[in-house]
Design a protein around this ligand. Structure first.
Ligand code: SF4
Ligand code: ZN
Length: 444
């Protein structure tokens, strides 16, 4: 497959200790390159993300100290699996285990100076630990090897030190897998906030805004129908701001009938002119069964059909949408202009297709645009509250913030599963989300 034109690197100004949108910081320094992982989307750690990370740091190292600016890079895994970047280096990994419903943290060597300066417990001194650990302390090859835990250790991230050296690893079932070991240099870091991140990349933000507005004007021109397709998410919120600045204020939102209360409140607060209503989602579910990750019949019936109905009689319509390359590998080839195959009179244009979530949030904060509160509550993407495409970690958030919705869906699933002769435990464990579960969810 052709390599998509995505950027795979995040640059970081080590002098200001901020991530950059381009290669160079406003201070003049050239950024340090940090390779990202597919789909190469970098985003800020928001309130709920920070709460989870600091909770794990407190649990394992007795500290809640975390730099103000932390970047997350989602990667593939069984469920949520984010690379954590802080202080211009890989800090660790945050993963969610859908079976236990728990998060775990793994450390990268880049976390060593920060943690050694802030940890109040959990750091193991290897100076006098001999045996197998001589491999580690004498600089022998340790890649992938497991060692018996040197002290009674709980499961989770491990940080060890000896004579100006450190090692990070993970303890599972009484043995430690060492990820990396080496000499470390104690360091202190400036702790700027997001305002400083914005000012360090302000010229890139201005350029992005300018070219997105130019793009919208170029493609929308004098078309009689131009409308922003607003989903309630961060990308379409930014797209709507750009379209308004380009001189196009019309927007529509499709209420699928399963929208989060937060999304509906947010849409109301923005005064969107056209709220389109889908058919009764519950009735459709009764007829078709719940949507699955690999069979999202609802996209066509609950999202696209109301738009098609609304566009009828309008002739050709330019729809400004917030789709981005970095959302998933499948979207990395997204063209700037595309006719909707389902409704050819609709021409979709994507002015922020080459933005990462980092650009989206920095633009939001720079222009002081309100965002859907769900992001700060721990959701990475916003859709229906029972969407099968949601991560298990997000479904867990639904349970916490909307127990009534969660219970309603669980009751429905149990009853639906009973009619289908499905195992109740499997249904509750998430089997309903796939028509045919992928090997990673079948334990294969
Ligand atoms: S957000 Fe999810 S549940 Fe809602 S219409 Fe789209 S695929 Fe279906
Ligand atoms: Zn700088």
């Amino acid at each position: 497959m052709r390599e998509p034109a995505v950027r795979k690197t995040l640059y970081w100004c080590e002098k200001c200790n901020v991530p950059l949108l381009g290669r160079r910081c406003a201070c003049g320094a050239e950024g340090k390159a940090i390779p990202l992982l597919r789909p190469y989307d970098a985003r800020p750690a928001l309130a709920a993300d920070r709460g989870i990370i600091t909770g794990l740091l407190r649990q394992h190292f007795g500290t809640e100290s975390l730099p103000s600016v932390v970047i997350l890079n989602k990667t593939s895994g069984r469920d949520r699996n984010d690379l954590i970047i802080a202080n211009g280096d890989r800090f660790g990994w945050l993963s969610f285990d859908p079976s236990s419903g728990k998060y775990s943290l793994e450390l990268e060597f880049g976390a060593v100076p920060w943690l050694l300066a802030s940890a109040t417990r959990g750091v193991i001194d290897l100076t006098s630990v001999g045996g197998a650990y001589r491999d580690v302390t004498q600089g022998k090859r340790i890649g992938g090897k497991k060692y018996p835990a040197p002290v009674d250790l709980p499961e989770g991230p491990v940080l060890m030190t000896w004579e100006g050296h450190a090692a990070v690893g993970t303890c599972r079932a009484g043995s430690v897998k060492v990820r990396e070991a080496g000499r470390y240099i104690p360091a202190t870091y400036p702790d700027p906030g997001w305002d400083r991140v914005i000012s360090s990349s302000i010229s890139t933000l201005k350029n992005l805004e300018r070219s997105a507005i130019r793009f919208i004007r170029h493609h929308a021109g004098r078309a009689s129908c131009v409308a922003v397709s607003f989903s309630g998410g961060k990308d379409s919120t930014v797209t709507m701001e750009l379209a308004r600045r380009a001189g196009y204020g019309n927007a529509f939102f499709v209420d699928t009938g399963m929208e989060f209360p937060e999304t509906l409140g947010f849409v109301r607060s923005l005064g969107i002119e056209n709220i389109l209503h889908a058919k009764d989602f519950w009735r459709e579910i009764e007829k078709n069964g719940p949507p699955h990750k690999d069979d999202r019949w609802c996209c066509e019936r609950q999202k696209l059909a109301p738009v098609k109905e609304w566009l009828k009689g309008k002739g050709e319509c330019i729809t400004v949408q917030g789709n981005r390359w970095y959302e998933s590998f499948a979207r990395s080839g997204l063209p700037p202009v595309a006719r909707n195959p389902y409704y050819p009179l609709q021409v979709n244009i994507s002015p922020i297709r080459n933005w990462r979530a980092l650009e989206v949030f920095l633009y939001t904060w720079w222009r002081k645009i309100p965002q859907n509160p769900l992001y700060e509550l721990g959701f990475e993407r916003v859709g229906c509250w029972m969407c099968p495409a949601m991560l298990g970690s997000e479904w867990e958030r639904v349970r916490v913030i909307h127990p009534d919705l969660y219970e309603t869906w669980m009751e429905f699933l149990v009853e639906w599963g009973r009619r289908k002769g499905m195992d109740k435990e499997a249904v509750l464990a998430g089997a309903w989300r796939w028509k045919r579960a992928p090997p990673k969810m079948r334990g294969g």
